[in-house]
Design a protein around this ligand. Structure first.
Ligand SMILES: [Fe+2]
Length: 365
């Protein structure tokens, strides 16, 4: 794989705007599991946005880094964006992130181990491992036997397996030490760009951190209004959200629309996303966002209709069985990219839908 490949027309346009990147994407229209790392040069300083994860990415960053002095911006704390943030090579830089990252930074592995444990807690051993096709029926039976014998032993086992998988998937985790800057709640302010209101932080005269929850509660997008560049992390991805602990379906819909509003008002010429190549050009950005939002809304309406046909909204197993059996092309595609091959995970999506739109507080165990 050509690790540093980027299409020349994209690279040229980015360079004219003080941006470069390192990515695992090698083909237009394709994505990558590990997030892109962007380098941004502004009058307010130099920045690395999302150092991602893995030793290979650290070497790529060292090779391509266009400046010596810089700070780091984290769009959110998911490991594929943040695991390298405390690596030795960045020892001089500040790591700037959302206030909510404060509770997670010393235990970044929580993003994986706790999420897996929560999935098993919510969906059950058979639901989680069975629907995703991760384990054979005999293995599932064995785990259910262990669970019956001792839930604590199952928890420990899941945690150990998650850690091993985590190590293989993202490599070593380097939580930042010493120089983390958690943006302060009392400094969050109202911002207005191209008639689109946001809440966020002023990082410099021409650089802003916009609060864009949904994909994860600590998600930020970084905006350079005079160049009309938005670093949008994972807010605009499909199928979103996929985080059972910190994701929010309502916020995802609100903030994806907000991104579209900003783009339609002429506020985005470059949309720098986490797992695809940056989108260049106002019209292209609008078309990209509209397409993603349409797909997202189609998934939403499908789930909404299926749930509406169930008198008992707590019948998760019945609802999810009907979702899996749905005949639409979109649903077939969603099931094809299911966890763990992708972070897209329809079970989480349906669970969050029920939790946010149907269930009372007392229904959530
Ligand atoms: Fe993410």
């Amino acid at each position: 794989m050509n690790q540093d490949y980027i299409f020349p027309h994209i690279e040229k346009c980015l360079a004219e705007n003080g941006v470069s990147l390192t990515t695992d994407i090698c083909e237009e229209g394709k994505g990558a599991a590990i997030a892109n790392t962007y380098f941004l040069q502004t009058d307010d300083g130099n920045f690395i946005i999302d150092p991602a994860c893995g030793e290979r990415r650290l070497r790529q960053i060292e090779t391509r880094l266009p400046f010596k002095e810089y700070d780091m911006l984290l769009t959110h704390s998911h490991l594929d964006h943040s695991a390298n943030s405390g690596a030795k090579v960045f020892h001089n830089s500040q790591v700037i992130c959302h206030p909510l990252v404060a509770g997670k930074i010393n235990n970044l592995q929580r993003n994986y181990t706790d999420v897996t444990a929560e999935m098993v807690r919510v969906f059950g051993v058979d639901g989680f491992f069975g629907r995703t096709g991760m384990l054979s029926p005999s293995m599932i039976k064995l785990l259910m036997g262990i669970q019956k014998l001792s839930p604590a032993i199952l928890d420990r086992l899941l945690n150990a397996v998650s850690l091993a998988l985590l190590r293989r998937k993202v490599g070593r985790i380097y939580p930042p030490t010493g120089k983390v800057v958690f943006l302060r709640e009392d400094q969050r302010t109202d911002l207005l760009f191209a008639n689109t209101p946001f809440r966020g932080w002023i990082l410099g005269e021409k650089l802003f951190a916009l609060e864009t929850p949904g994909h994860q509660d600590d998600h930020l997008s970084f905006y350079v209004p005079d160049r009309k560049i938005l670093f949008a992390g994972d807010l605009v991805s499909f199928l979103n959200p996929n985080d059972i602990l910190d994701g929010c379906l309502k916020d995802t819909r609100i903030y994806m629309q907000k991104m579209l509003q900003l783009a339609e008002s002429g506020g985005i010429n470059i949309l720098a996303v986490g797992h695809a190549l940056p989108v260049i050009g106002k019209d292209q950005v609008i078309a990209y966002l509209r397409l993603l939002i349409d797909k997202q809304e189609e998934a939403f309406k499908t789930v909404e209709e299926i749930v509406a046909s169930f008198p008992d909204k707590r019948d998760f197993d019945g609802i999810i069985t009907k979702v899996y059996a749905h005949e639409s092309e979109l649903m077939k595609k969603i099931l094809k990219i299911n966890y763990p091959r992708s972070v897209s995970f329809i079970d989480v999506y349906v669970y969050l839908y029920l939790k946010e739109y149907c269930w009372e507080e007392t229904d959530i165990n």
